[in-house]
Structure formats: C-alpha cells, structure tokens
Design a protein around this ligand. Structure first.
Ligand code: ADP
Length: 264
C-alpha cells in the first residue's frame, strides 16, 4: 500500500531542497557578477596609466620631443603614472586580502598616541602641499589590533579629508577610548558629499568626481578598504556631511582598547 502522507512529506522536502539550491545558485551568480565587475574595473583602472606611460614613452623614443624641458615633463608624467599604478596595485592586493575571509591578521598591542603621530608625520607633507591645517588629538591608550589596519584606517580617512578640502581648510582628527571601544573621527572643512553619493562612497572604485579624484591621486579603493577593516572588527561607520561645508566620518571599533591609560 502507498503511504501518501510519507510521499507528500518527501515531495515537500525535495521542493524545499530545490528552493534552497536555487537560492544558492542565485547567490553564486551574484557573487560571480560582482567579482567580474571588480576585475573589469581593476583592469580598466590599470590600463589607463599604462596607456599614458606608453604614449609618453613613444613620444620620447620617436624623437618627437626635442626640447629638454618637454622631455623632462614626459619623464615626470611617466613617473607620476607609475606611482599611481603602484598605489592601485597595493590597494587591489589589500582589498582582495581583506575579502578573502579566511585571512587572519596578526594583532599586536599598539601605543595609540605614538602610532598616530607616525601617520600624522607621513601625511604632513600632503597637508602642506594642499594648504590644509591638520590637527590630531589622540588619547593615551593602548589598542590591540593589526598595525597595518590602524595605519590604513587613519591614512585613508585623513588623506581623503586633505584631498577633498578647500584652500586653507582644516582637518581635525580625534581618537579616544570609551571603555574597550576605540572611537576615531576625522572631520574636514571640504567639499562635502551629497546624501545620494554617501550611499555609494564605500563601493569599490566609486568616485563622486572622477576627474578630481584622479587629479588628487586617488585609487577609488580607500573607503572600500576602510569598510572592510571596520567589518573585520565588527565596528561601525557614520558619515555626516554637508556639501561645501565639510564631512565628518566616525568609526568605532569595539573591544580593541586593552589599556585606558598607557604608562609613561
Ligand atoms: P579615492 O581614492 O577616489 O579618494 P575613496 O574610496 O577613498 O577613493 O573615496 C571614494 C570617493 O568618496 C572619493 O572619490 C570622493 O569623491 C569621495 N570622498 C571620500 N572622502 C571624502 C571627503 N572627506 N570629502 C568629500 N568627498 C570624499
């Protein structure tokens, strides 16, 4: 005799499994599409400087440029594009490492104030070049995290605050501990980001103004890297921005502060 109930149960289970498989396939296809888009964008971004380098190289080779000053300009352009390519490749490697979820970064105890001071020193020339006043206030505490992650967070946010600023603008950086939580905020007096663009700035290769970003030397990956690092620590990101007034980005990283007051 047939056990219809049992058959029905089996049919239901099969249907459920089918739905799950379909769901899974959809997800895989979506992920594949995102990966493909990333590859396409990355190749395009790398091709652009290469095309310029080739162009200038050919000008030099064909003897079209006779004037030594012009030749020097070609060489400077080539070097600038090479620097840009290096930055791109570094950021692409960084992001693919962060997206490979299985990668565990080595965490160490970092004295916050001196580490932040190092980053400030490295960004000072950029601030001066852009005529922007950079002020950094860091509480004296100790955080347990990857040194590279801390540096990336600081340098990506601060360099954006410098790049998208106005002449004689300001950048104010605050780092403080709230119990175990590290709170980092970077505030600038720059061009600001519209509400619509705020939804997209953390996407890879998204730029509000491609021309400006390229001029100031961005890779379009800085904030995507920030997003991934913050996610790695289960942290939060808040953006507060007004066009032509400025932007404040605040990041919190839970459970990274290991000592409130560092012994001096
Ligand atoms: P990029 O290398 O182009 O700066 P990011 O991922 O760091 O790439 O930032 C993405 C885009 O977000 C930038 O191209 C810029 O348009 C916008 N943006 C980022 N930070 C700021 C800021 N502090 N003020 C205004 N616009 C910003």
């Amino acid at each position: 005799t047939f056990h219809y109930e049992e058959l029905n149960e089996i049919a239901d289970t099969i249907k459920q499994m089918q739905e799950e498989i379909q769901h899974y396939i959809k997800r895989l296809k979506r992920e594949k599409k995102i990966r493909q888009e990333f590859f396409d964008n990355a190749s395009h971004e790398l091709k652009t400087p290469l095309t310029s380098i080739r162009g200038y190289g050919e000008l030099l080779k064909n003897g079209v440029v006779n004037d030594p000053q012009q030749a020097q300009e070609c060489i400077d352009r080539i070097l600038k594009e090479t620097t840009h390519m290096t930055a791109l490749i570094t950021d692409i490697l960084m992001i693919s490492r962060l997206e490979g979820n299985d990668v565990v970064e080595e965490k160490v105890d970092i004295p916050l104030r001196s580490s932040v001071e190092e980053v400030r020193k490295s960004l000072d020339p950029m601030a001066r070049e852009n005529h922007v006043f950079l002020d950094v206030q860091a509480e004296d505490c100790c955080v347990h995290m990857s040194q590279k992650h801390l540096e990336q967070l600081l340098s990506n946010l601060i360099s954006n605050a410098i790049k998208y600023n106005r002449e004689n603008g300001t950048v104010d950086v605050f780092l403080k501990s709230e119990r175990q939580r590290l709170v980092l905020s970077v505030e600038d007096s720059g061009i600001g980001i519209s509400k619509e663009d705020q939804k997209h700035i953390f996407e890879r290769f998204y730029r509000v103004d491609k021309g400006r970003s390229r001029r100031v030397g961005g890779t379009g990956l800085g904030l995507a890297i920030v997003k991934h690092i913050v996610r790695y620590y289960n942290g939060t990101i808040d953006v507060f921005s007004r066009e032509n007034i400025g932007t404040k980005i605040t990041i919190t990283l839970p459970s990274v502060v290991v000592r409130q007051d560092e012994e001096r």
